[in-house]
Design a protein around this ligand. Structure first.
Ligand code: NDP
Length: 285
């Protein structure tokens, strides 16, 4: 079984990013990371993203707010970041505390700075197959892993477990755009095992530690594990029982070291694209 490590995709995206950055005048584009509260997941993602983007030669500024900030206060602060011309892109760490209406924030974010595709404008573009739309970075990272490995999706049967707006749904649209035949599964799917066994490419994004083992996999299938879970021993693991795939799957991504590491590389590329588009718009005006 081929192990599809995320590092190969990150390295390829880094090379592309370096040429985009070299062609750009002025200071390197800046990412604003917006965080409310101190959730350990958010802090760890913020650290990882900052490290990755800085290693790409990009600038990062974190904006952190107390967990009990009111919706109105947060929206005021967010509007300033949204308008700041020095900020080329925004990453909002979600979920937000319940007093802040996430839908209102998603509708307010400048779609041109919305690097993780939370704006309805970008969701609609991704739905329509418009390449100008920013897809959520993780969904795009799945496509990058397949691309790096030279695994085409055209005409393939793709099964995605999970239908969230962050992974499952946008991934289904990216797959469809590349001419895959897509099935999306969720908690109400009847006979999940049988549906998964039909997949040439199985993408797991359910958020349930090792819920899919080799009995869900067709011989020779490619398995992409998006899940990031903590098991009963406190270890990081995916939605797929990776060990059980040996001798069954043709290729699979590990957790950690798979899709997760590519997500922030895609974020870096989105930042460069956003900055390049903003500069082009200024020149045109
Ligand atoms: P959500 O909880 O929002 O969605 C999970 C989806 O999986 C839902 O659609 C749910 O179905 C479905 N699901 C859950 N359990 C089952 C089951 N037993 N059988 C079938 N379907 C099931 O999670 P996210 O999409 O946000 O994240 C999914 C995973 O990906 C998580 O482990 C998360 O940590 C990881 N992740 C990784 C990222 C990265 O690599 N950087 C970024 C984002 C997420 P239903 O709709 O019916 O409830």
């Amino acid at each position: 079984m081929e192990i599809l490590k995320g590092a190969a995709s990150s390295a390829r995206i880094k090379e592309e990013a370096a040429s985009l950055l070299a062609a750009m005048e002025g200071p390197a584009p800046k990412l604003a990371i917006v965080r409310v509260g101190e959730r350990p997941d958010d802090l760890s993602y913020e650290r990882g993203a900052t490290k990755k983007l800085e290693s790409f030669g990009l600038r990062v500024q974190s904006f952190a707010y107390p967990a009990d900030i009111s919706h109105e206060e947060f929206m005021d602060a967010f509007a300033k970041i949204n308008r700041d011309e020095d900020v080329a892109g925004i990453l909002l760490l979600c979920p937000l505390p319940k007093q802040i209406d996430q839908k209102v924030v998603a509708a307010a974010i400048d779609p041109l700075k919305d690097l993780d595709g939370i704006s309805p404008v970008n969701a609609a573009k991704v739905f329509a197959g418009d390449p100008e739309g920013f897809a959520p970075c993780t969904a795009e990272a799945v496509m990058e892993v397949l691309k790096t490995a030279g695994i085409g999706v055209r005409g393939k049967r793709v099964v995605i477990v999970g239908r969230s707006m962050v992974v499952g749904r946008p991934l289904s649209m990216l797959m469809l755009k590349e001419d895959a035949t897509v099935t999306i599964c969720h908690t109400k799917t009847a006979d999940l095992r049988a549906v998964c066994k039909e997949a040439d490419i199985l993408a797991a994004a359910a958020g349930k530690a090792r819920m899919l083992d080799e009995s869900y996999i067709r011989d020779g299938a490619v398995v992409i594990d998006v899940g990031i879970n903590v098991d009963e021993n406190g270890a990081l693991c995916g939605d797929v029982d990776f060990q059980s795939l040996e001798g069954k799957a043709a290729a699979a991504t590990p957790v950690p070291g798979g899709v997760g590491t590519v997500t922030t590389a895609v974020l870096a590329r989105h930042l460069l694209l956003a900055a390049a588009r903003a500069k082009a718009a200024v020149k045109k005006a």
